[in-house]
Design a protein. Structure first.
Length: 494
């Protein structure tokens, strides 16, 4: 058997099979080793798929040898290959961190359940990125969501249960909207294959059921990606979840939802239906700007660092959606590049905050007074990630915002350049709150003996911090892949 031909199936099967096996093994050490091995193997598969797509174009894999559109298809192109590499790479980094962090944050009898749910969440996220079937996309979205609810609820803080319940309610509403939208598209086209659906919709984009499907999918996916003002579930979910869960979800869950939106907008409905016949460009621009400014302003007044940077995520989603609203190759390049850049930056940031919680017993601004003296490397890492959120040159965030500015200039919208810079100044304000607490206050007397984070927490966190700097200096992977994906979405080469 030619194993290379079945790499798309292995991308999902590896973590999906690891989940029930982790439950059967029950031992936390065995479950950790199994799930970590599956995540690293999936990461290796994603790299091979990315290299193969770059060398020879999109990959189509027919499940059960049933040719599409009659059978279910896994399809890997420039965009999905990049996203698969991001999701699996983040999982591979977070899992070693999780073993050290959940020892402090979770009861030992639920450790194996944590690893099982983590594997399920990874399988769902990878499935969304690779499937070429609309209903399968919904199924994988629910697999990732249901496992996320459990992962959040595992947090020791009782507010984690409320956060998980709030996420469940809003996530269920979003899922209902998505499945209604998919049903309407199936009603009109008679197919669930995304590529085939896109071909059949070309002549019926003005039909009312199609427009209704577009509306349902837009609202449903916007709930999942926490687009302002449908973001209410996100701050609590990130703040009260275990540290490893906050980092993994912040880096992957909303990014995969952005992918789903891009896939439906440009591959299924088509650019003309979304942006030329409807005022979607103006609507998305308004919501993006509102998220960028309102969420950043709210972040400034937070006293808990996890909530502060959770609201920052809502603002950064605004930047991602702003790129979509430009409806141009440069704008989509900015969106896809920021999708990756924000993932590594925010993932590293939440991993560092988990190290702070382990060392100082909390992540409130009052609690971290003087952390720059007792945990200097951790504090410096948080500052570097904060500079990435601001968009300082030399960080990944600068590259994304530079392409957003280029996209605005292409449109002749100088006023948008001013707003992008102004919103970045709000990021300076909330990052400065941490800098002030860390470097301009003495540590509390009971924390004067705190030491630097152990290697099990520091190495994974600094891996993502290093990626934040690396992607700010070398853009060949991020911007190069993003530009190819943007050209493909707008009808260019794959």
């Amino acid at each position: 058997m030619n194993l290379a031909a079945h790499l798309p199936a292995l991308q999902v099967v590896l973590p999906l099979a690891a989940a029930p096996l982790a439950v059967l093994l029950r031992g936390r050490g065995a479950a950790f080793m199994l799930v970590t091995l599956a995540a690293w193997a999936a990461f290796a598969v994603s790299i091979l798929l990315w290299l193969q797509v770059n060398a020879s174009g999109p990959i189509s894999y027919a499940i059960g040898s049933w040719a599409p559109p009659w059978g279910i298809e896994y399809r890997v192109d420039s965009l999905s290959a990049l996203l698969l590499m991001l999701v699996c790479g983040i999982a591979a980094v977070v899992l070693p961190y999780a073993r050290a962090s959940i020892e402090r944050e979770l009861r030992q009898d639920v450790h194996y359940l944590f690893y099982a749910m983590f594997a399920l969440c990874l399988a769902g996220l990878a499935g969304i990125a690779i499937t070429g079937d609309a209903f399968n996309l919904f199924v994988f979205l629910e697999i990732s969501s249901l496992s996320s609810y459990v992962l959040i609820a595992l947090g020791r803080d009782r507010r984690a249960l409320v956060a998980a319940y709030q996420y469940l309610i809003m996530g269920t509403i979003g899922a209902t909207f998505i499945v209604v939208g998919v049903g309407l598209l199936y009603l009109k086209t008679g197919t669930l294959n995304l590529a085939d659906m896109g071909v059949r919709l070309q002549e019926m984009t003005s039909h009312r059921p199609v427009l209704a499907a577009l509306a349902f999918l837009t609202v449903g996916i916007s709930l999942k990606l926490a687009l302002f003002p449908l973001h209410q579930w996100l701050p609590n979910a990130y703040a009260y979840a275990p540290s490893a869960v906050s980092a993994f979800l912040a880096a992957t869950a909303t990014k995969v939802s952005v992918y789903a939106l891009l896939r439906f907008y440009f591959s299924v409905f088509g650019e003309t239906a979304v942006f030329k016949r409807l005022p979607m460009e103006d609507l998305m621009l308004i919501l993006a700007l509102a998220g960028m400014f309102v969420a950043s302003a709210v972040a400034i007044f937070q006293h808990d660092l996890k909530r502060l940077f959770a609201y920052s995520s809502v603002a950064q989603i605004g930047y991602i959606v702003l790129g979509i609203s430009f409806d141009s190759v440069t704008g989509l390049t900015a969106t896809i590049a920021h999708l990756v850049n924000h993932a590594v930056t925010k993932g590293g940031l939440f991993l560092l905050l988990g190290a702070v919680m382990a060392g100082m017993g909390g992540v409130t601004l009052a609690r971290v007074h003087g952390i720059g003296r007792v945990m200097p490397l951790t504090a410096f890492g948080i500052v570097l990630c904060g500079l990435g959120l601001i968009g300082v040159p030399g960080t990944a965030g600068f590259v994304s915002k530079w392409y957003l500015i280029l996209a605005a200039l292409e449109k002749g919208q100088w006023w948008l350049v001013f707003l992008i810079v102004a919103s970045s100044l709000l990021a300076v304000a909330y990052v400065w709150r941490f800098v002030e607490a860390a470097y301009f206050h003495a540590p509390r007397a009971d924390l004067a003996t705190v030491r630097e984070a152990p290697a099990g927490l520091a190495i994974p966190a600094w891996t993502l911090v290093g990626a934040t700097i690396w992607f700010g200096l070398d853009t060949s992977v991020t911007v190069g892949s993003a530009a190819r994906a943007a050209a493909m979405l707008l009808g260019g080469a794959p």
